[in-house]
Design a protein around this ligand. Structure first.
Ligand SMILES: [Zn+2]
Length: 257
């Protein structure tokens, strides 16, 4: 008799390499004689010491399930004609907001001031570096801080380096970290299937969310989600990635690789 995959899946402990004994109700066992273990490679094995049943479940390969995109729902990025490109024509608070984090406008190709909304339109670039949307950030304190146009669920990517991938929350953090390492901004506190599909290409992933409650909770969920696919760890710092100096970013990352 084989142990049903459902039993293996639902009864295996989460940590890789650990096992537990449960009742095997199929054979009438009530003395916890079914041993189920999650192997270090993610597969699950089971053996019942009462009836001799065995079971084995390979780690399921990840399949990206992007939600179907409804054409009418996704607007294109903000048209060029609606953006003011030259930083010299932006309000002072918009320039100042970027400079506060030590970021120059040219580091964000496609950035512009969006007069219609009085916001800075930060470019969202997908894994292939295509401009797929804008993240419109208020720089004068108005709420909400962020508006979106175009796609954002693909994440904002900065990449062309070897080494680890650093997962951050926002575009400025990805820009700053992206000077030295591949980085993706989730633009939210959870990871979309589209981002996960790309993230698992990396052998080593560091999660560096903002140091607040939302960031900590997001980190814990992310590391759980990623454990199936790659080697992921959480970075804890007192500052947001975009607030860290280049030197500090280098230290924090290399201390954890
Ligand atoms: Zn049994």
């Amino acid at each position: 008799m084989n142990i049903a995959p459902d039993i293996l899946r639902s009864s295996a402990p989460s940590p890789y390499g650990s096992g537990n004994y449960i009742d095997h109700t199929e054979c009438g066992d009530t003395r916890h004689r079914l041993w189920i273990k999650r192997n270090v490679d993610g597969s699950i094995v089971g053996y019942c010491h009462n009836c001799g049943s065995r079971g084995y479940l390979r780690k399921a390969p990840f399949v990206a399930t992007d939600p179907p995109v409804r054409d009418w729902a996704v607007k294109p990025p903000i048209p060029d004609a609606d953006l003011v490109r030259g930083p010299e024509f932006w309000p002072n608070h918009a320039r100042g907001w970027l400079l506060k984090y030590g970021i120059e406008p040219w580091e964000l190709p496609g950035v512009g001031w969006w007069p219609k909304g009085d916001r800075l339109a930060l470019p969202v670039r997908d894994f292939g570096n295509a401009l797929v949307g804008h993240n419109m950030r208020s720089t004068d304190g108005r709420e909400p801080k962020y508006l979106f146009q175009g796609q954002s669920s693909v994440g904002h990517w900065v990449r062309d380096k070897d080494g680890p991938l650093i997962i951050v929350e926002d575009i400025l953090s990805a820009t700053k970290v992206g000077r030295q390492f591949d980085s993706v901004a989730l633009l939210r506190t959870h990871m979309s299937p589209a981002v996960l599909a790309k993230v698992q290409k990396y052998a080593h992933v560091l999660i560096w969310m903002d140091p607040d409650r939302a960031g900590w909770e997001a980190s814990a969920k992310l590391v759980d989600k990623l454990a199936m696919f790659t080697d992921a760890i959480i970075l804890h710092t007192e500052e947001q990635p975009k607030e860290a100096t280049d030197e500090r970013i280098k230290t924090v990352v290399s201390d954890n690789c």
